[in-house]
Write a protein that binds this ligand. Sequence first.
Ligand SMILES: C[S@@+](CC[C@H](N)C(=O)[O-])C[C@H]1O[C@@H](n2cnc3c(N)ncnc32)[C@H](O)[C@@H]1O
Length: 278
Amino acid sequence: MDDETDEPIPEYQDALAAFHQAFGDELRELIRALPIAQGNRVIDLACGDGRYAAWLADRVGPRGEAVAVDLSGSYLDLARRVVRDHGAGGRVSFVEADALRVPFPDGAFDLAWCARSLRSLPDAAEVLREMARLVRPGGAVAVLEEDALHHLILPWPEDLELALRQAELETLAEQLGQPRSYYAGRRLPQLAREAGLDRVTVSTRAIDRWAPLAKPERAFIDLELAALRDRVVSHIDPEMRAIFDRLVDPGSDAYLPARPDFTMTCIERVVVGHRPGS
Ligand SMILES: C[S@@+](CC[C@H](N)C(=O)[O-])C[C@H]1O[C@@H](n2cnc3c(N)ncnc32)[C@H](O)[C@@H]1O
């Protein structure tokens, strides 16, 4: 049972879970491509629901170990359940800690992983430095992070898409003071080098889906469009708003994902860097 004093799991978890379900095969391929050997020790920072920790545990095998770290006890409870249901219970341990101050010595891991969390964490550069500290010389730091502007390609009318992007930027600037953390994906190679990592590589995967959508894909896009609507609604002019509203209202006969020619392309980017040495 969750600790009653702990923060509840944030609302965005529904969208994350839908993302994991809709694109699970491709996300597992990204994990399979990481430089991990059987018997390795890996750490997942800001592990959330534990989905990636479970997949990382598959990679390290029975002689290896994955450590899942999160600041939220509620999230760690959920992660324990997800990992157990995946059958990886014995290979993952869970630590409640701040991703900027992880209670492990320098070089304790072969690989440090962090997925889609840079906008939740206070300072992306500091996270990268902490990840670099945690891996041994020659070990790898791997970050999965989207760039909000390029994450999801949808068949919007072109002028509406430009208006949406502008509105989104304005809202984020208001809410976050500066929207850069939302677009951290594009700065990752630079942040990796500034954290002292070398042999930095970028690997981008475009994942296509088209109508008719499977149930998890439809759940994913429904939540994405609802969140987008919340972000832009107050900054879009009335004419564009009328077009937008019809396209994102699931009750409308113009609902974008229900169109027979609907397509969506999800762009995922993994940046890997290595701690110098061997
Ligand atoms: C957007 S979620 C991503 C979770 C997971 N990596 C995924 O991709 O599904 C962000 C996560 O960061 C965690 N978090 C936020 N601030 C943190 C901090 N300072 N240290 C560790 N975890 C933190 C949240 O509890 C949440 O689990």
